[in-house]
Design a protein around this ligand. Structure first.
Ligand SMILES: [Zn+2]
Length: 175
């Protein structure tokens, strides 16, 4: 099987035509995002509108929805994270225009040549991931070095170093 060609889009033309693009992209094709995930199964559902707003700004608005699997930083087991991202990209032709971008909009630098739609979606997905993935309160989440103690959650994850008492236990066992 040959690899599917990535869909290329010309953002300025899509905006001029007032197009809407809707579909799904496999996470498997997103290598940079994949590096941040435990597995790259599943899809991103996208719904993008290429429009001029009432102030004549060129915009990409829309939503991404996906379920990704990351590593829980408390128990180190996989955790499913629901991503639901609304975006409002204001498209400009040069970085000099960035200061003019309206509050609540993110800048998007347009290019003359077509860009990969999957790249747009991947960039936004990466920005949507939590900095620290963690199980929700109702989910099973037990740090590997402790049994019980379900309630003493810490705000910051422990370092990955083994617990000092673990070494002590090993020494004692040698006696
Ligand atoms: Zn956990």
């Amino acid at each position: 099987m040959s690899a599917r060609q990535p869909e290329m889009v010309n953002v300025a033309r899509l905006i001029a035509a007032g197009r809407q693009l809707q579909g799904r992209l496999p996470l498997q094709t997103m290598d940079r995002l994949g590096e941040m995930l435990v597995e790259n199964k599943g899809e991103v559902e996208y719904n993008l509108h290429f429009v001029r707003d009432d102030q004549n700004r060129q915009m990409i608005t829309g939503e991404l929805v996906a379920t990704v699997v990351m590593q829980c930083q408390r128990c180190l087991a996989p955790v499913s994270i629901q991503v639901q991202r609304s975006m409002a990209w204001e498209c400009v032709w040069s970085e000099a225009q960035f200061p003019n971008i309206a509050a609540g909009h993110d800048p998007y630098l347009m290019e003359e040549s077509p860009v990969a739609l999957a790249g747009l979606v991947e960039d936004e997905m990466i920005l949507s991931l939590p900095l620290v993935a963690r199980h929700e309160a109702h989910e099973a989440c037990t740090p590997p070095q402790f049994s019980g103690g379900e309630d003493d959650r810490q705000d910051e994850p422990d370092t990955r170093e083994p617990h000092p008492l673990a070494d002590l236990a090993r020494l004692k066992r040698k006696d």
